[in-house]
Structure formats: structure tokens, C-alpha cells
Design a protein around this ligand. Structure first.
Ligand SMILES: Nc1ncnc2c1ncn2[C@@H]1O[C@H](COP(=O)(O)OP(=O)(O)OP(=O)(O)O)[C@@H](O)[C@H]1O
Ligand SMILES: [Mg+2]
Length: 769
């Protein structure tokens, strides 16, 4: 039990109190996430099957890291079987296996924000509503808020206060848009992100046997960052934990920063009401940061009226003060930060990945990126447009999506005329009207053109028909081909590769390379083996899409990104830590943001955000602000943020004086080369283009190869008398029911592990009935 020695007394108590409800509300860096990690390891060491543990984290990457750490403590490969991930990814998995109950196909599509907005735009157009009044983003956040509070479209329409609120804001039709939006998603076999939680709630509410099953499967439930759960998430945890009550939540009310997305700090207070027996543990020692940083953070957060009182101290060193830099402009701020990072790397032998630059809004990254490039400092940006949201990637993925689920209308609209095949917007509008009039989906219309009155001429009809036959030719291969082979075929046959190859602008070249990168990803996905040699659950496009749809922006990190400076918004930095943290844009109207200045509640949320930012730092936090910056094309003058003044003066060091406009380190500026351009880092230069397009196949290095060991297992397999309906026991997957048998392969639905396809000649199965 030596791992328990790596915890302080209260951490250890929280880890060892495995039975019954437990809550840990404690300050930043006090080891809450560490407690969750060790607690899970401890539960496994007590003999609980990892399949019976549900752990919900803020990103999938956090889940991955936690699993690795648990794996090191408990040994073996058991940790991989824990049900761990974000709320969205865990419940998407559960919804897939229960989809039929709520009328969805198990291969339902997950609409991202962009798909959802496009759908809303389409609905507004059809309904003749002005999208300047009904701004799609705003409509979507209203729908999202309704879903997260479990308000159905019908309940929305019946709710007089919601209705009058909408009427007052000149948007009386919002309820109807919500209703049509939900119907369209359903018809398209699609769920948006909020649906993943909303429908889970519906499932657990309307199907007692399903609720019972998961209540008993998840014997232990753990939630990190509990302060940022919304009502929908709160209710799922409450329902699942209601019987066994082994629910452990950890969080920090001072770090609640997602109220704008429906997170509800009340969930912490509710927890005590729901579980009167709850054991609460205080963690007061910060292990992350220097005394100076902890003192600064404490002095920030006391300005908030609404908070649970906490005492946070640290035994770490005093550390240097928090330095504050002033820049004349946002570009100069970028240069200052890049120079400071450069200098620190020299003086402290710091690595690139020891640094993070945090900002309030994504737009601020530009000035930082430019300055880092000038100094040849490698960096990576989290958030912003992730790889999978780039246009060319979404186009190809839309082909995949339609092949898996042909009802997926947003995917269909993206690709029916990409690459161009003469099917214009008017045609798509006509098809949409026909679909709505007949209450069917678009795919039904285009596969049965002669049965519906679409008003399209025969030329257009035949173009649509060739699109349909191409898609059908892909669809028939879905089961037989692996993700890479089929994906590769689609990229060439659809004409996407050719289209992008013909574009020789730098953007075109980079798009082409992105597609190659996606195909490499498919190759790797295809070749990654399932853990057991008998497990031949296919790795096709269906499985690939399931993995991709739920990646959060923090989950996209590639190996080559490991040693880079991190640029991210403060929101996405939650839970992370870095030796050196730069918080930039410390200006009024930017941080705190303009929108927050009218109410105390919003201002307090901004202050919590600042608290989160400062507490990411281990050794040093550096603040900077610009005296002017461009906003919407206009130069505006800025005042330093009020948050700077709120920090205890003892913790601060001002690196400028009001008379000298420029900061001290100005002399270090690198002058730009004579033509005013900087050179790009070598690895981003486009490749030479005199060779024909070529897809590069990478094979992951650490791939283990199967050496089938037929002789030892064949005999036992031959003796097995398996039939559909036979109950079996597998050494790792536990109990399951045989659903089908085909050519030496059985599809078995395991109670804990879900559906697997196993090769019978290898599978060590025991028959139970
Ligand atoms: N008892 C301990 N001994 C040594 N290091 C510890 C101990 N507890 C926590 N740490 C370290 O302190 C750092 C902060 O811990 P952790 O990330 O778990 O804090 P947290 O409370 O989850 O922070 P946040 O509120 O930012 O999410 C980590 O690097 C962790 O490994
Ligand atoms: Mg944490």
C-alpha cells in the first residue's frame, strides 16, 4: 500500500473512505484530482472490477492520463477497463447500445456546433425568420439552455414565462424553432452535444430496467471538476448513484467558470441535501505553486462575495513575485512575452512545454503566434479550430458519416455538391421542401426521385442518381473493409483528392496535406489492435467516427506537439499546470470582459476565471497588458485590468514606470528582416510539388503483431457448443450473451464490456447455461 504514503492525511482519508457519498471541495492545486486517481486505484486494489467504476473528467485527455497513472499503481492492464471519460463520451457510448429504446439508430451521428448552426440557419430560412434577429448562435444557446435544464420543446412551448421572455426580445418563434430543430435531428438520426446528456436522462427516466442495469453496473461513481456540472449532468449522477450511493465528487466553487454554459454551482449545495450522510474532506495544502502565487491567488478570490470559505497554504518556496509588463500595443505584448520565454529558456534551461500563454479570447492568439514564430519558438494552440473542424476534413468526414448513417442531413448537404457535380442550392432547396412536405429525410427523397414530386428536370435527376450510386457503392463495403481502405477509396473516388491537388496555393497544399494526415490517422486506427487476439471487433469507419466525434479540443495532441509552448484560453486550461504561465491581455473590457461589467454575478465569474489562470502556475506567473489594441479593425486605447489592483501588492513587481512607455526588456527585441517578413519554421514549409499525389502510410512503431497460437486453443473451441442465446463467461469481458455466429466468429454482448466480435478458435469461453 505504499501509494497511500504519497498522500497527506486528509487526502488519504478521502481515498480510503470508499463506501458511501464523499465530497471534496478544496482550493486549486490541493490534490483533488490526485485524490480521485488514487481513490480509483484503491478501489481496484480492494478487488472491485474496473468495469464497475465510472469516472467523469473534464477532457478525454485528462481521463487518459488518469488511466495511465492508475495503471502504474495497480499494475497490469486492468485500468483500461474503467468507464472513464467526459460526460459526453461516456454517455454517447451508453446511448449507442441502448439507442433503439428511444427510437434512434445505434450508429446515430453526433452533430457538432457547426452542424447544429447550419441546421438552424436552414430552419430560419424555411420559416421566413430574419437571422439578424434570430442569430443562429443565440438560438442555439437558447436551445442548449433548455436541454440542459431538461425542458422539452413541448414544455418550452407551454411555458408562459419562457414565451413572454422570447416575445419581449422580439423572438416569439424560438420555441417553434426548437421544436422543428429537435424533429429534424431525430429524423436525421443525429444528436447534438446537449442531446447526449438530455437523451441519457430520458433513457434513465423512461426505462427503469435500463436505469437498474447501470445503477448496478456502476458500483462506484467519481466526478472531477464537479463545480462545472450542469443540471442535466447533475441529474444523471444523482440517478445512477441513487441505490448504492458510492458517489465521490471533487471540485472547487472558486473555479466555477462555465455558468454561461449552464453550469450550476448549486449542485455542490444540492449534493449535501441529496446525501445527508455525505462525508466531506478539506484539503488545504497547495502542492502546485510557490508561496507568492498562492498568496496572490488568495488575495484575488477574497474579492468575491459568493464563496465557500477555504484556507489554502503551501510549504513550497517563496518564489519570485508576479511580474507585470506594459506594452504599447498587442503586437508589442507578443514580442515581450516571446522574449521573456526565450530568456527564461536560456537562464533556466526551461523546455518549451514548461510555458503556457493564457488569454481570455481566442482572437488574442494571433499577436502571440506571430511573435513566437519570429523567435522560432515552437507552439501549439488549443481550441480555436481543431483539426477535425477544418473544412476539408469535415468534407471527407461527411462522406464517412453518410455512409454510416445515410439519414445524416447536414453531412448530405455538405457533400452532395462537393466536389462540384452540378447540384446547386436551388436543387437542394427543392429536395428539402419535398422532404418536409412528405415528412421523410433527404436520403429517402434522393433514392426515390421518381416517387416524389420534386420539380427537378431529368438532367438534374440523373446527376443526383449518380451521386446516390456512388454513395451506395461505398456503403456496401462498410462491413467488409477496414477504415483505412474504405476511407482511402472514398477520398479518391469522390474526387476530393483530385480537387485539392489541383489547388496549388499554399492553402490548397495545406488542405491536401491535412487529408493525407487524416488518412494516416485512419491507417493507424485500423492497425491498432484490440487487446485480445480473439477480439476481432472490426475497426471500420463506423468505429472510427465514434472515436472522432467526441474529441475535445484538448484531445488532439500529437506526439510532435509534446515539446511546444501551449497557447490556450483560460477556460480550457482548467485542471492543468505549467511551471511558467503568462496571462496576457490584462485590460478592462477584455479581462474582465465587457459583457461582464454590468452585473456582480458575471464579474465574479470573471474573477474566478482570473483565479483559475493564476493558479495554473507552478513557479512563475507573469501578467501583461497593452495600452492599445485593434478590435474589429479599430485601434482602441486600453486601461489596465482592475484585477491587477486587486492582487496584494506584496506579491507584485511592476516592470515599467509610467514615464517610460516601453518595458525593460525592450532592448532584446529581435529586429525583423529587411523585407519585413519572418522565416517560418522549417517543418511548416510546403513540400515540393513536382511529384504525383501520394498517400503516406505510417505504421505505428510499437505495434504488437499477432502470432496466432492455434494448436493450444483449437481443441477447446471445437468442443464449444455455442448457439445464439447461449450465456458465456469470458476471462476478461465477463458474462455475455451470444447474439450471432458466423464463419467462426461470434458476436457477443457482454454485460460490462459491451458488444464484441470474437474469433471462436481463440476465445477462451465457458458456457454458463
Ligand atoms: N500529497 C502530495 N504530495 C506531493 N504532490 C502532491 C500531493 N498532492 C498533490 N500533489 C501534486 O500537486 C499538484 C496539484 O494536484 P492536483 O492537480 O491533483 O490538484 P487539484 O486540486 O486537482 O487542482 P485544480 O483545482 O487546479 O484541478 C499535482 O502536480 C499533484 O501531483
Ligand atoms: Mg484537478
Amino acid at each position: 500500500m505504499d501509494y497511500l504514503e504519497k498522500l497527506n492525511t486528509s487526502q488519504r482519508q478521502a481515498v480510503q473512505a470508499t463506501e458511501g457519498p464523499v465530497m471534496v471541495i478544496a482550493g486549486a492545486g490541493s490534490g483533488k484530482t490526485r485524490v480521485l486517481t488514487y481513490r480509483i486505484a484503491h478501489i481496484i486494489n480492494k478487488g472491485i472490477d474496473p468495469f464497475n467504476i465510472l469516472a467523469l473528467t473534464f477532457t478525454n485527455k485528462a481521463a487518459q492520463e488518469m488511466k495511465e497513472r492508475i495503471g502504474k499503481i495497480v499494475g497490469g492492464s486492468e485500468a483500461r477497463n474503467i468507464w472513464m471519460g467526459t460526460f459526453h463520451s461516456v454517455f454517447a457510448r451508453i446511448l449507442r447500445s441502448e439507442a433503439d429504446k428511444i427510437g434512434y439508430p445505434s450508429n446515430f451521428t453526433i452533430y457538432d456546433t457547426q452542424d447544429a448552426k447550419n441546421l438552424i440557419k436552414g430552419i430560419l430560412k424555411e420559416q421566413g425568420l430574419d437571422d439578424k434577429v434570430y442569430k443562429p448562435g443565440l438560438v442555439l444557446s437558447r436551445i442548449s439552455a433548455a436541454k440542459n435544464n431538461l425542458i422539452t420543446p413541448q414544455a418550452y412551448l407551454n411555458n408562459t414565462s419562457l414565451q413572454s421572455e422570447d416575445t419581449q426580445s422580439a423572438k416569439p418563434k424560438l420555441g417553434e424553432v426548437y421544436k422543428i430543430y429537435s424533429e429534424r435531428c431525430f429524423k436525421a438520426g443525429a444528436m447534438d452535444f446537449d442531446d447526449l446528456l438530455f437523451k441519457t436522462n430520458v433513457l434513465l427516466r423512461d426505462f427503469p430496467e435500463v436505469l437498474y442495469k447501470y445503477q448496478h453496473r456502476f458500483k462506484y461513481i467519481l466526478v472531477d471538476e464537479y463545480q462545472d456540472t450542469n443540471f442535466s449532468q447533475y441529474l444523471i449522477v444523482k440517478k445512477l448513484g441513487a441505490v448504492l450511493q458510492n458517489v465521490c465528487v471533487v471540485g472547487d466553487d472558486a473555479q466555477s467558470i462555465y455558468a454561461f454554459r449552464g453550469a450550476n454551482i448549486q449542485n455542490i449545495l444540492n449534493f449535501k441535501n441529496d446525501y445527508p450522510e455525505v462525508k466531506t474532506y478539506k484539503l488545504e495544502q497547495n502542492y502546485r505553486s510557490t508561496k507568492n502565487i498562492v498568496a496572490a491567488a488568495n488575495s484575488i478570490i477574497v474579492n468575491n462575495k459568493e464563496q465557500i470559505e477555504k484556507n489554502v497554504f503551501t510549504d513550497n518556496i517563496e518564489g519570485s513575485k508576479i511580474k507585470i509588463y506594459k506594452a504599447a500595443s498587442d503586437n508589442e505584448e507578443g514580442k515581450i512575452v516571446a522574449n521573456l520565454i526565450f530568456d527564461k529558456q536560456l537562464s533556466e534551461q526551461a523546455k518549451n512545454n514548461d510555458f503556457a500563454i493564457l488569454y481570455r479570447t481566442n482572437a488574442q492568439s494571433r499577436a502571440m503566434e506571430e511573435a513566437l514564430r519570429r523567435k522560432n519558438i515552437p507552439y501549439k494552440i488549443y481550441g480555436g479550430l481543431s483539426f477535425y473542424q477544418r473544412k476539408e476534413i469535415k468534407d471527407l468526414l461527411s462522406y464517412f458519416r453518410m455512409i454510416v448513417n445515410p439519414q445524416d442531413e447536414e453531412a448530405l448537404k455538405r457533400i452532395i455538391n462537393y466536389p462540384a457535380r452540378g447540384i446547386g442550392n436551388t436543387t437542394i432547396d427543392k429536395l428539402t421542401i419535398a422532404a418536409n412536405n412528405n415528412n421523410v429525410d433527404l436520403w429517402t427523397i434522393i433514392t426515390n426521385l421518381n416517387q416524389f414530386n420534386t420539380g427537378l428536370n431529368s438532367g438534374t435527376q440523373s446527376k443526383i442518381q449518380s451521386f446516390v450510386s456512388m454513395m451506395n457503392s461505398f456503403r456496401v463495403q462498410l462491413e467488409a473493409k477496414n477504415a483505412f481502405d474504405l476511407g482511402n477509396e472514398i477520398a479518391s473516388t469522390s474526387g476530393i483528392l483530385k480537387d485539392l491537388y489541383s489547388d496549388r496555393t499554399p492553402e490548397g497544399i495545406s488542405k491536401y496535406e491535412n487529408i493525407q494526415e487524416l488518412l494516416n490517422g485512419l491507417k493507424e486506427f485500423t492497425e491498432t489492435e484490440n487487446e485480445f487476439e480473439e477480439d476481432v471487433t472490426p475497426r471500420g469507419l463506423t468505429e472510427f467516427l465514434q472515436d472522432v466525434a467526441l474529441l475535445t479540443s484538448a484531445d488532439n495532441e500529437k506526439d510532435e506537439d509534446k515539446n511546444k509552448v501551449t497557447l490556450m484560453t483560460i477556460h480550457s486550461a482548467k485542471g492543468l499546470e505549467f511551471p511558467y504561465v503568462h496571462i496576457v491581455g490584462m485590460e478592462e473590457n477584455l479581462f474582465p470582459s465587457q459583457m461582464s461589467l454590468t452585473s456582480r454575478i458575471d464579474l465574479e465569474e470573471e474573477r474566478r476565471l482570473f483565479y483559475v489562470a493564476v493558479t495554473r502556475a507552478e513557479k512563475e506567473a507573469v501578467l501583461s497588458f497593452a495600452a492599445s489594441r485593434y478590435k474589429w479593425g479599430n485601434l482602441i486605447f486600453c486601461e489596465p485590468s482592475r484585477f491587477i489592483e486587486e492582487i496584494d501588492d506584496k506579491c507584485l513587481e511592476y516592470m515599467f514606470s509610467e514615464t517610460t512607455q516601453a518595458p525593460r526588456s525592450q532592448n532584446n527585441y529581435e529586429t525583423s528582416s529587411s523585407n519585413g517578413y519572418y522565416s517560418k519554421p522549417k517543418n511548416t514549409l510546403p513540400p515540393k510539388r513536382n511529384e504525383p499525389p501520394k498517400i503516406i502510410h505510417t505504421t505505428p512503431k510499437n505495434l504488437k503483431k499477432i502470432t496466432p497460437n492455434i494448436s493450444t486453443n483449437q481443441d477447446s473451441a471445437a468442443n464449444l457448443d455455442l448457439n445464439v442465446g447461449t450465456r458465456v463467461q469470458h476471462q476478461k469481458f465477463g458474462q455475455g450473451l451470444v447474439e450471432s455466429i458466423d464463419a467462426g466468429k461470434a458476436t457477443i454482448n457482454f454485460i460490462s464490456a459491451g458488444k464484441k466480435q470474437l474469433l471462436l478458435k481463440f476465445a477462451k469461453l465457458e458456457i454458463l447455461n
